[in-house]
Ligand binder design. Structure first.
Ligand code: ZN
Ligand code: ZN
Length: 118
C-alpha cells in the first residue's frame, strides 16, 4: 500500500548501511559518513551543515593565506618523501588538538570540528 514503507524495508536489509561514505562537495574526497568537515580541504560536509557546526577559522584563514606561499615551498620539499611513506602514513592516526578526535595521518583538517591538524 505505502511505497515509502516498501522502500524503507528494502534499505533496512542492506548489509553495508553502516559503512556508507560521503564525498566532499568541493574536492570529492571520500569521507567518513559522520564527518562534519572534509579531511583534505576543510569544506563543511552536509553533515556539518545539518548539525549546525560552523567553521572555526576566519582570522585563521587569513593567516593561512599569508603563510600559504611558505607552506607551498615546504610542501614541495617534503612531497617526494611524503609520497614514499604515504601508504604507511594512512594508518597513522593524528589526534586533533582542538577536540581530541583521531583523524587519518593524511588528514589536513579534523573531520569532526574542522580544525587544521598540525
Ligand atoms: Zn574537500
Ligand atoms: Zn577536531
Amino acid at each position: 500500500m505505502a511505497p515509502f514503507f516498501e522502500r524503507f524495508k528494502f534499505y533496512s536489509t542492506l548489509p553495508n548501511l553502516g559503512n556508507i561514505m560521503v564525498y566532499c562537495s568541493k574536492c570529492a574526497e571520500k569521507l567518513p559518513e559522520n564527518a562534519y568537515f572534509c579531511l583534505k580541504c576543510g569544506t563543511r560536509t552536509r553533515n556539518g551543515v545539518t548539525a549546525g557546526i560552523s567553521p572555526p577559522w576566519n582570522w585563521e584563514k587569513q593567516l593561512e593565506q599569508t603563510l600559504s606561499t611558505v607552506v607551498k615551498e615546504m610542501e614541495k620539499a617534503v612531497e617526494s618523501v611524503r609520497k614514499s611513506i604515504n601508504k604507511s602514513n594512512q594508518k597513522i592516526s593524528v589526534s586533533c588538538s582542538s577536540c581530541g578526535e583521531k583523524n587519518l595521518g593524511s588528514a589536513k583538517y579534523c573531520y569532526k570540528c574542522g580544525s587544521e591538524l598540525k
